[in-house]
Design a protein around this ligand. Structure first.
Ligand code: NAG
Ligand code: NAG
Length: 185
């Protein structure tokens, strides 16, 4: 009995479903981006490790750096990047430079934040990087769960800058008119 009923109803259900098929699927709302910081890095003398199975490995140490951002400067001073870490960059067989960066931030109010950065060079010469943060500082603990992207630009042959943005889907949780908060699209 039940099976027969289903057989009778099923074509109707399919028809009902297909009636909406001609309408365009709705694009989901884009997440927002909240400005995290601007970072300047100066590199030291690098070494070319050579072409191995994964590509040409090029290692550049971090000599110095500074960063500044709305939620990362407790005392409104310039925070520093400690002079260790670096980029273990790989130039792949298509000429794409793949960054693999480790750096340690020291905030102006005494906290340390470990930062990992990976990403690829883009046709226009910038690189897009994914950022991951790690810290035990209660004040900056929120960074541990942040999803962030950075736009990396070479400034000279030994220095670069990165503008970092936090993905913020729930824009209403952010201070609404904070400078640097923007919603694309
Ligand atoms: C980064 O360098 C630019 C100049 O190239 C400067 O205007 C900016 O203030 C610097 N930012 C930081 C955080 O040091
Ligand atoms: C980098 O630029 C400096 C001048 O600013 C130059 O002396 C040096 O040779 C350049 N290094 C490379 C690897 O191109």
């Amino acid at each position: 009995m039940k099976a027969n009923l289903l057989t009778a109803i099923l074509p109707l259900l399919l028809l009902a479903g297909s009636s909406g098929a001609s309408s365009k699927p709705k694009t989901p709302k884009a997440p927002g981006l909240t400005y995290l910081y601007q970072l300047n890095i100066t590199g030291g003398a690098g070494v070319d490790v050579g072409v191995g199975p994964r590509g040409d490995r090029f290692v550049v140490p971090i000599a110095s750096g500074s960063f500044l951002g709305p939620r990362l400067n407790g005392m409104y001073g310039v925070c520093t990047v400690l002079p260790f870490g670096g980029d273990w960059a790989l130039i792949d067989n298509k000429g794409v430079v793949v960054a693999d960066v480790r750096q340690t931030f020291a905030t102006d109010d005494g906290a340390y934040i470990q930062v990992y950065e990976t990403g690829s060079s883009q046709p226009d010469g910038t690189s897009f990087v994914r950022l991951t943060f790690e810290t035990g500082s209660p004040k900056y603990y929120w960074l541990n769960s942040v999803v962030a992207i950075g736009i990396l630009r070479l400034v000279t042959n030994s220095s670069l800058s990165i503008d970092a943005w936090q993905v913020s889907l729930f824009r209403f949780l952010m201070p609404a008119d904070e400078p640097g908060t923007m919603t694309p699209g």
